[in-house]
Write a protein that binds this ligand. Structure first.
Ligand code: BGC
Length: 736
């Protein structure tokens, strides 16, 4: 009895002590973490490493309230909304140590105000715009009680069969890094305690985008040099920008699943890069170590993941169920658990959750869908569009045109204004393309809308109506592409043509010989050879978010001039995949007349549309490339100046791109590598000199020993407006 009484006194003392530790602002974060850790039982520690999934409405499940109350729920995903997060947080603060819950969610390209998909955003080549959109997404997300987004996805992807290509920045490490940094800055800002910032998460570590055959969740076998020199580059950039967390990947890399991969997590991430944030597994990827065939059971799965450095287990529960035994048996050291818990607590301190665990429930009402957010989404969408073809200035359409036909089920389908990763965006907030066109010219122009066929376009029975509409119209806008569910996670395709009979629909309209433009709405490069050859105009608009419709109308009717550039190569056929501009040279480069050179017998080597390509309603001319020097030391810098002139009659933006080729190195280097870019807005007829500079240290690579080196030698440089042609010169890096 006496002992129980003493224990009670001791516990009440602890209760009194705990909040005071949190509030002791003079202690360093690390000291606060240490104090807290010293009071935690092993079971409570394991609770901090558990992340569970809320229900479909965004509320926590009843069991999660129970776990929170006893301090066994460190974080959640998908629980969202100020009320729901506060309710669960209240339960967590009833627990012994009052450690707040970290609320995570996939805020990929917007929370309520939906921006274009990341692949589309990247097509803007505009880091400032991307940073701003992530910052808006962060403000909306934090206002509903979220602290953490599972974004950016910085996986390089060179296989458009892979559905998740839409979630990332495309095929290039340099452009991917710029976009990664922009998103980290936008989501996190400089102070995670702010009520409009959230912690970002670089995913999926690593090489998930290289899934064999483009089939999601598939294996990856890759040289360490390609891994370090291409696939890890945007991750490292995100780390250097101060990202707070990393997520492991579903794939196995060279036989070792990423979630149990000490080479990735301990050697590279913690050892070489000195990352002190937290690492979360992907959804049930700890338990999946069993299916991967590296763990016999859940206990072994937990052991492998913990020892490899996966701090938080998402959804599966192997840590909680086996952690105590693993520590008792010495298979996992308590210092490994403590290290993982430290990373979780550090994130919570950085986010200010101990001081301010709850969100102000009025904030979401005044934050979500602000008019300026909607305007930003519209501007972002405009910048993401890529004009692939525009024969005889088919576009823009004159606003004086009397009759317009709009064709295609995707033109007016609210649900399909959203895409696979639509955050908490609501279809009813979106404006469809048809609505956007009506808002723009509906007052004076007659608009007839015909679907032609349903979304999947498996029947041509209504083609006639669409063809009639096109025949009677002065101009026809045909909207075709992919529905929201055929790109994104678990949405690999072996055929990347326009789905269903959509091409037949276009052909039927084309046969009438009247002017028309094709608007593409899709999440990946498509094989559109017939369109490229026959259709007068093609505008790639991706999945463009809440304000995609008005943005399409802005561009179609010339209120905005398209300036997007492809962040990914468009192949001619699936057989060319993988096809990307930064290819390695071959010992037998293509010679058309010589059979024994590297080529296909049945298709050219070139893509349909190259990386970096995109037209404008105006034209630009580059001239007078100047280099600050022909020779630079390894520690030096080189400046490139070039004149750019808007030679057309409209104002427009061009993206000047700088590519290099390291001619002779100790290992083969790609035939071209993007190393610089400059977006410039020029009034019609105006000319300007722009400058791009490079540090010699950024021209290095991983050598045969997988060490980053800058080797002396000659480099070709090309400055152009896409990856295939431009002004050329060369320079050398000198020294030993
Ligand atoms: C995806 C992750 C995502 C997680 C949580 C997984 O299936 O691979 O990218 O963050 O689910 O929704």
């Amino acid at each position: 009895m006496k002992r129980a009484f003493t224990l009670l006194i001791f516990l009440s003392f602890l209760l009194f002590l705990v909040p005071s530790i949190h509030a002791q602002s003079n202690l360093s974060t690390e000291a606060k973490i240490n104090k807290l850790l010293a009071q935690m039982t092993l079971v409570e520690k394991l609770g901090q490493l558990q992340q569970l999934d809320g229900d479909y409405q965004g509320n926590a499940r009843p069991e999660q309230f129970d776990l929170a109350r006893i301090g066994l729920l460190g974080s959640t995903l998908n629980v969202r909304g100020a009320k729901y997060t506060n309710d669960l947080q209240r339960a967590a603060l009833e627990s012994r140590l009052k450690i707040p819950i970290l609320f995570g969610f996939d805020v990929i390209h917007g929370y309520r105000t939906l921006f274009p998909i990341p692949l589309g955003m990247t097509a803007s080549w505009d880091a400032a715009m991307v940073e701003n959109s992530s910052s808006i997404a962060a403000a909306e997300a934090r206002s509903v009680g979220l602290h953490w987004t599972f974004a950016p996805m910085v996986d390089i992807a060179r296989d458009p069969r892979w559905g998740r290509i839409m979630e990332g920045a495309g095929e290039d490490a340099f452009l991917g890094s710029i976009m990664a940094v922009a998103q980290v800055r936008g989501f996190q800002g400089t102070d995670l305690k702010r009520q409009d910032k959230i912690m970002a998460c670089a995913k999926h570590f690593a090489a998930y985008g290289a899934a064999e055959g483009g089939r999601d969740y598939n294996t990856v076998d890759m040289s360490e040099r390609t891994l370090r020199g291409v696939y890890l580059v945007p991750f490292k950039a995100a780390k250097e920008a101060g990202i707070g967390s990393f997520m492991t990947a579903f794939d196995d890399l060279n036989g070792l699943p990423s979630t149990a991969n000490p080479f990735l997590l301990r050697q590279i991430l913690r050892g070489e890069w000195k990352f002190d944030g937290l690492v979360v597994s992907d959804y049930t990827s700890v338990k999946e170590l069993i299916a991967h065939g590296v763990a016999a059971d859940e206990k072994e799965a937990a052991m492998l993941a913990l020892n490899a450095g996966t701090d938080i287990e998402m959804v599966s529960r192997t840590y909680g169920q086996n952690g105590v035994e693993l520590v008792k048996s010495g298979k996992v050291l308590i210092k490994t658990i403590d290290g993982a818990v430290r990373n979780v607590l550090r994130a919570k301190f950085r986010l200010g959750l101990f001081e301010k665990p709850f969100v102000d429930e009025n904030l979401e009402k005044t934050t979500l869908k602000k008019p300026e957010f909607m305007q930003a989404a519209r501007d972002a969408a405009v910048k993401s569009f890529v004009l692939l073809k525009n024969e005889h200035e088919t576009l823009p359409i004159s606003k004086n045109v009397k009759n317009i036909a709009v064709i295609g089920a995707l033109a007016d389908d609210k649900a399909n204004t959203l895409d696979w990763w639509a955050g908490d965006a609501k279809a009813e907030d979106s404006v469809t393309i048809l609505e956007g066109i009506k808002q723009k010219v509906g007052g004076r122009t007659k608009i007839r809308y015909e679907k032609g066929c349903e979304l999947l376009c498996d029947s041509d029975k209504d083609f006639d109506k669409a063809v009639d509409a096109a025949r009677d119209a002065d101009f026809t806008i045909i909207v075709v592409g992919e529905t929201r569910d055929i790109s994104g996670e678990a949405a690999s395709r072996s055929n990347i043509d326009l789905p269903g009979k959509q091409l037949d629909l276009i052909k039927a309209i084309h046969a009438k010989g009247k002017p028309y433009a094709v608007v593409l709405k899709n999440g990946r490069p498509l094989t559109i050879n017939w369109l490229a050859e026959n259709s007068p105009a093609i505008l790639e608009t991706w999945h463009s978010g809440t304000m995609g419709g008005p943005a399409v109308a802005d561009v179609l009717f010339g209120d905005a001039n398209p300036s997007g550039k492809l962040p990914i190569t468009f192949p001619r056929s699936v057989g060319q995949i993988p096809i990307y501009y930064a290819a390695m040279p071959t010992g037998r480069p293509l010679e058309t007349e010589n059979r024994y050179t590297s080529k296909y017998l049945d298709t050219p080597n070139t893509p349909l549309y190259p990386f970096g390509f995109g037209l404008s309603y105006t034209t630009f001319k580059l001239s007078n490339l100047r280099l600050s020097s022909q020779n630079i030391p390894k520690t030096g810098k080189i400046r490139f100046n070039v004149d750019i002139e808007n030679t057309g009659s409209r104002d427009g933006t061009e993206v000047v791109q700088l590519y290099i080729h390291d001619l002779v190195a100790s290992v083969s280097r790609p035939v071209k590598e993007l190393k610089g870019l400059h977006r410039v807005l020029l009034k019609a007829g105006k000319k300007q000199t722009i400058e791009i500079s490079l540090d010699a240290k950024d021209l290095g690579f991983y050598n045969a020993a997988n060490q980053y080196v800058v080797e002396p030698g000659k480099f070709d440089v090309m400055v152009g407006t896409n990856s295939t042609d431009g002004l050329r010169d060369s320079f050398s890096i000198i020294g030993n």
